[in-house]
Design a protein around this ligand. Structure first.
Ligand code: ARG
Length: 462
């Protein structure tokens, strides 16, 4: 039995928990990162109690001052967070009471750790949502910069990983920019539901004190308060949906990672990642491994795990607070930490990579990515698309058999596939022309890509 450590909550029990249970029950090792939010929340709470006359002005002032000094002392390292405390909330309150005496014991009036922890987590995650958004913007700006340089860099676009139709490198990159832009939007949307104040819900059933929840929320920069006290302490949707939004970001990062791994291979050689973002092999001297991209792809799995952990954690919980909910933090913190690291890594990796435009062009010239354009050419001469499609297919088969491309196939042979083919065929199947002609909204022509870049930049600035 551990009897030295008197519990703040001892009363009904003598608080003499087994040491192994103290350790099991404790969350301070991972909730200590919310010390700022805990102190901010407590300052707002004391100010509300003072304003409402629930505690005296003097007590309010000494609590607020005491908390401000504690914050400064933690920041400077003067005050170390005691790992033997149950959680960060208990730690701060304990130090406050040790330092200022009785007024410290009044802070927890009209409050419970249940609404306190919900508030701290919301404050903490709202700030992280801003950080994630900023990291996404940074990545998107880097992507658009490269896309702008490569708005005319032709390469094959793929379906089924088979060369399909001409696109530009800028066009493909902008596809990822669109994904990350939606991600930024999702994070902003999460923030709307994160910045709702649960404080004042107390343990679950509100309070008999004449509190002012709206005043307290405003002090914390929240426009809204939770409108049901049981929901206020039980809701973790904001953590679940943030983890879900993060899982989608990771899915996008994982897809672009996969492309980078492929594109940087000897088989493709479309890009070369910079030395700063690659590693060598301990045995094969020629290797330049895309470890960062692979790790981002790998870490996607653990973030999906975080989301599953949260969903599973919440699915069977009766109202209101249950200790199970202490498990929410490690999962959502891991998701947040992981995505922030991955976004930063990716942003640097994109910015510093080399683009091998010659190899992209070579691949574009070899894969019959202009076969649709040949069919479209025949449609232009008055043939229905389905028939034109067959003629183009036969021409491609002939080229493959006889070592030609659609650009080098002799005119005489072209004629065998359709009488309607003229001299202008070589213009029609020239891959640069094929790219330039794809001017449809959202398409790969230079103008379309520049339009996409302007759209994305506008959305980010707006
Ligand atoms: N450490 C706890 C958590 O993270 C704080 C809330 C504790 N509330 C309680 N009634 N035991 O969830």
């Amino acid at each position: 039995m551990n009897q030295n450590n008197e519990k703040m909550w001892s009363g009904r029990t003598d608080g003499s928990t087994e040491a192994i249970c103290d350790e099991f029950n404790s969350s301070i090792s991972f909730d200590k990162r919310m010390y700022r939010e805990d102190i901010r929340g407590s300052i707002a709470h004391a100010e509300m109690l003072g304003k409402q006359g629930i505690i005296s002005e003097d007590d309010m002032v000494s609590i607020v001052n005491g908390l401000e000094v504690i914050l400064a002392d933690i920041e400077t390292g003067e005050l170390e967070i005691d790992p033997s405390c149950e959680d960060i909330h208990m730690f701060i309150e304990k130090v406050l009471t040790e330092r200022i005496g009785d007024p410290g014991r009044m802070l927890h009036t009209a409050r419970s750790r249940n609404d306190q922890v919900a508030l701290d987590l919301r404050l903490y995650l709202a700030a992280k949502e801003d950080e994630i958004r900023a990291a996404l913007s940074d990545l998107i700006y880097n992507i658009t910069d490269i896309a702008e340089k490569h708005a005319e860099t032709i390469m094959p676009g793929y379906t089924h990983l088979q060369r399909a139709q001409p696109v530009s490198f800028g066009h493909l990159l902008m596809a990822y920019a669109m994904m990350f832009l939606r991600d930024a939007d999702r994070i902003s949307d999460c923030k709307k539901r994160t910045t709702v104040s649960p404080i004042g819900s107390c343990a679950l059933a509100g309070t008999t004190y004449n509190t002012d929840r709206i005043y307290e929320a405003k002090k914390l920069g929240f426009d809204k308060v939770s409108m049901n006290s049981v929901d206020g302490v039980s809701d973790r949707d904001f953590a679940v949906e943030l983890s879900a939004a993060i899982a989608v970001i990771m899915m996008h990062l994982s897809r672009i990672s996969e492309e980078f791994v492929l594109w940087s291979s000897w088989e493709f050689k479309f890009i070369e990642l910079s030395d700063g973002y690659t590693t060598g092999s301990s045995i094969m001297p020629q290797k330049k491994n895309p470890d960062m991209a692979e790790l981002v792809r790998g870490k996607t799995g653990r973030v999906y795990g975080d989301l599953m952990a949260l969903l599973t954690l919440m699915k069977g919980l009766p109202l209101a607070y249950n200790k199970d909910m202490q498990e929410d933090k490690e999962a959502v913190f891991d998701a947040v930490d992981t995505v922030l690291k991955c976004l930063k890594i990716f942003s640097g990796m994109v910015k510093t990579m080399n683009v091998n435009t010659a190899n992209m062009r070579k691949a574009a010239a070899e894969g019959f990515i202009n076969a649709t354009d040949l069919a479209d050419y025949l449609v232009g001469k008055g043939i229905p698309f389905r028939i034109a499609y067959k003629a183009s297919g036969r021409a491609v088969a002939y080229c493959i058999e006889n070592g030609y491309t659609l650009e080098t196939l002799p005119f005489k042979i072209y004629k065998e596939f359709s009488e309607l083919i003229d001299n202008d065929i070589y213009d029609a199947v020239n891959v640069d022309n094929c790219l330039a002609r794809r001017k449809s909204l959202g398409g790969p022509s230079k103008e379309s890509v520049l339009e996409q870049i302007a759209y994305v930049r506008g959305e980010l600035n707006g």
